[in-house]
Design a protein around this ligand. Structure first.
Ligand SMILES: [Zn+2]
Length: 160
């Protein structure tokens, strides 16, 4: 399943990409652009805007009208409504910044680009094949992974 996210859902777009979902997102995208991309690429529209949601439905686009401002509640809603699974492995993740795919790179390839502390504390590094940004499983990644585990637990214990 692939998505188009409206301008208000930048954070959600990043989280979904990290969890392995392909998300079209541009901060300046107009409604028409979102609808076009959703329609032509068969993507599900994620929006907080009820008018846009209705417009999309009339065009036959699948829509999730996102109810909450909280990232956890948003992820829970999508899991319940669309059955999403949130991956926690970097091999499956997409670049949160640009939606590009990540490739594993050796430490020597990134040695000059990262602070020594980071290099010494981590074994695996990943580079975005589109924008070149480098990722590793640091504190931020781990805290996201923990929250995702919590969300998976919450939804499965509530009987879905
Ligand atoms: Zn990128």
């Amino acid at each position: 399943m692939q998505f188009v996210a409206d301008a208000m859902l930048g954070k959600l777009a990043r989280w979904l990409r990290l969890s392995g979902y392909d998300v079209y997102y541009s901060r300046n995208a107009k409604d028409e652009e979102l609808l076009n991309v959703a329609r032509h690429e068969g993507r599900v529209l994620l929006t907080r805007d009820i008018t846009l949601a209705e417009k999309a439905r009339r065009l036959g686009i699948k829509v999730a009208l996102v109810e909450s401002n909280s990232i956890e509640d948003q992820l829970i809603q999508l899991k319940r409504e669309l059955g999403l699974r949130y991956e926690r492995t970097p091999e499956k993740a997409l670049c949160p910044g640009c939606n590009g795919s990540l490739e594993e790179v050796g430490r020597e390839e990134v040695a000059e680009l990262l602070p020594r502390g980071v290099l010494e504390a981590h074994k695996e590094f990943y580079r975005c094949t589109q924008c070149g940004k480098i990722y590793w499983q640091g504190k931020h990644w781990q805290s996201i992974a923990r929250r995702v585990v919590r969300i998976e637990d919450k939804v499965s214990s509530s009987g879905k």
